[in-house]
Design a binder for this molecule. Structure first.
Ligand code: ATP
Length: 259
């Protein structure tokens, strides 16, 4: 699979007069995986939110699947195929795992022009329930389907969040620190899941992440930000060997740096 999926050019974002993203260019190929890294405060989250449409840009363009989406809100980008997970989980805590996935699948159907659940029905369509079960199975949390989301572990909730993102059939998954706050064993499992999703569904990935092992396992391209500017971009090896990157991480072990 080749071809451009997501592209940003001369992207600029400011908080008041404080320019945080200062003319960033990036691109993601179909099925590709880009990691955005950089020291704390470099602008990673801000850039990520500008790509997903959660914050407005002051300049530049974001093009997704050939369409200029620069001024389109996040929900429209989601419907267009941009799946999203958050650093802080956004599942419905009071619903069970399967109810969460059913809600996501029903909203996908509505977005695709379906009618969603008819008003007189108290239960979802059996086909939707089957699809939800299959997704939970794929994410290896089928055994938790009747557990209330508030009561499942942090790692399993991350899996559930991935299931919700996948329910919308994205062509790209935007993952904001997908392994934040996880134990090493859980991290490895999430990495394996993301690799499976990439392989099975050909979904592209953009992620911010601090853990270099996770980055090196998943990403084929890395973009390094410092003070809102790209100081290096390329393959993992190209970035590793970049003098500018070494300078930014000077005095730190880049591969274990928290930033
Ligand atoms: N809502 C906001 N209002 C004003 N300034 C902000 C806001 N959010 C972030 N900033 C500032 O913008 C800069 C970039 O922040 P951002 O969170 O994008 O960096 P980051 O690279 O994601 O950092 P971290 O690795 O710590 O998550 C920082 O100086 C931060 O203090």
């Amino acid at each position: 699979m080749t071809g451009l999926l997501l592209e940003a050019s001369d992207l600029r974002v400011s908080y008041g007069d404080f320019e945080v993203i200062k003319g960033v260019d990036l691109h993601v190929e179909k099925g590709g995986a880009l990691a955005i890294i950089g020291p704390n405060g470099a602008g990673k989250s801000t850039l990520f939110k500008a790509l997903t449409g959660e914050i407005a840009t002051r300049g530049g363009r974001v093009v997704f699947r050939g369409e200029d989406v620069t001024t389109l809100p996040a929900d429209v980008r989601t419907i267009a195929g941009m799946g999203r997970t958050f650093q802080v989980s956004r599942v419905f805590l009071e619903l069970t795992a399967i109810e969460n996935v059913v809600v996501a699948l029903e909203s996908r159907d509505r977005a695709q022009g379906g009618r969603g659940r008819r008003w007189w029905r108290t239960a979802p369509e059996p086909a939707i329930v089957d699809e939800a079960k299959a997704l939970l199975e794929q994410l290896k949390i089928a055994h938790l389907r009747n557990s209330v989301a508030a009561e499942i572990s942090h790692g399993d909730r991350k899996r559930l969040e991935l299931a919700l993102a996948l329910a919308l059939e994205p062509v790209i998954l935007m993952l904001d620190e997908p392994t934040a706050g996880m134990a090493p064993a859980d991290r490895r499992q999430i990495v394996d899941l993301i690799l499976d999703i990439r392989r099975d569904k050909g979904v592209a990935v953009v992620m911010t992440e601090h853990d270099m092992d996770v980055i090196f396992s998943i990403a084929d391209q890395v973009l390094v930000l410092n003070y809102g500017e790209v100081i290096a971009s390329g393959t993992v090896d190209e970035v590793r060997n970049s003098p500018a990157v070494r300078e930014v991480y000077l005095g730190k072990d880049m591969y274990n740096a928290e930033g």
